[in-house]
Design a protein around this ligand. Structure first.
Ligand code: NAG
Length: 233
């Protein structure tokens, strides 16, 4: 009897410890299994693979951002993927809003090539939007393209960059967004290991181009010039 009570309270303690570390839930819904893109999603990608990819992408993003403690991360309990025709709202491969990723079945249907790898890369990019800091909306106008660049940086580091991307040194300005900014951030990170993690951390409440000076001792424009010079572009 006494042993049972001790055992029971041990289990209760364990449960409450797990409660403190509530695992993030990942949920995937295919709303258009009967459309061409929805069927390709089912046959070549699948709900379970997408769920697992969200889980490993999230772990990868936390590592890339150096967020070993839950307290460093955004407070997100559940990430959802909805597979649907987004072209009525946004004609893009996918978009993220709040804790939801909307994957476009029209894009899946039109994609030629390894659609599973492509959608895996898209999921890494969109999952980054869910977990990254965005300066609380401060730091316009650069912040939007910078967050897109960080999302593509994560995709690049996960070895999921598509072949059509701009190469290192290409592009006409650092805040062009997406692949151009991702390659530039990769250069900045080579100057200081953990740069992107620190930059993201600084963007928790605010954003300012001066963050580049604080972390690398040079203005972002000077860094862009150095980067172009390094690649002879
Ligand atoms: C953001 O990126 C787009 C596309 O590359 C570009 O046209 C625009 O000028 C950029 N915005 C800023 C504020 O740099």
């Amino acid at each position: 009897m006494g042993n049972q009570i001790i055992f029971l309270s041990f289990i209760l303690v364990l449960n409450s410890l797990q409660g403190l570390q509530a695992a993030v839930q990942y949920d995937v819904t295919n709303n258009e299994a009967n459309t061409p893109g929805g069927a390709i999603f089912t046959n070549q990608i699948g709900v379970e693979y997408t769920r697992q990819t969200l889980e490993s992408a999230s772990a990868f993003i936390w590592r890339t951002f150096g967020q070993t403690n839950e307290a460093d991360r955004k407070n997100v309990q559940m990430v959802r993927v909805i597979v649907e025709d987004t072209s009525r709202i946004l004609d893009v491969p996918a978009y993220a809003t709040g804790n939801e990723i909307h994957l476009n079945t029209k894009y899946i249907a039109s994609y030629t090539g390894d659609v599973k790898r492509e959608i895996t890369g898209v999921l890494y990019h969109e999952a980054t939007h869910i977990w990254q800091w965005n300066g609380n909306g401060n730091g316009q106008p650069n912040i939007g393209n910078l967050t897109e660049g960080i999302a593509d940086y994560v995709r690049l580091k996960a070895d999921l960059a598509p072949s059509h991307w701009q190469q290192p040194g290409e592009g006409y300005k650092w805040d062009q967004g997406y692949d151009v900014t991702a390659r530039f951030l990769d250069y900045c990170n080579s100057l200081r290991e953990g740069f992107v993690a620190e930059l993201n951390g600084k963007m928790r409440n605010d954003y300012n181009d001066n963050f580049f000076v604080e972390l690398l001792g040079k203005s972002v424009d000077q860094l862009w010039t150095d980067y172009k010079t390094k690649y002879g572009k």
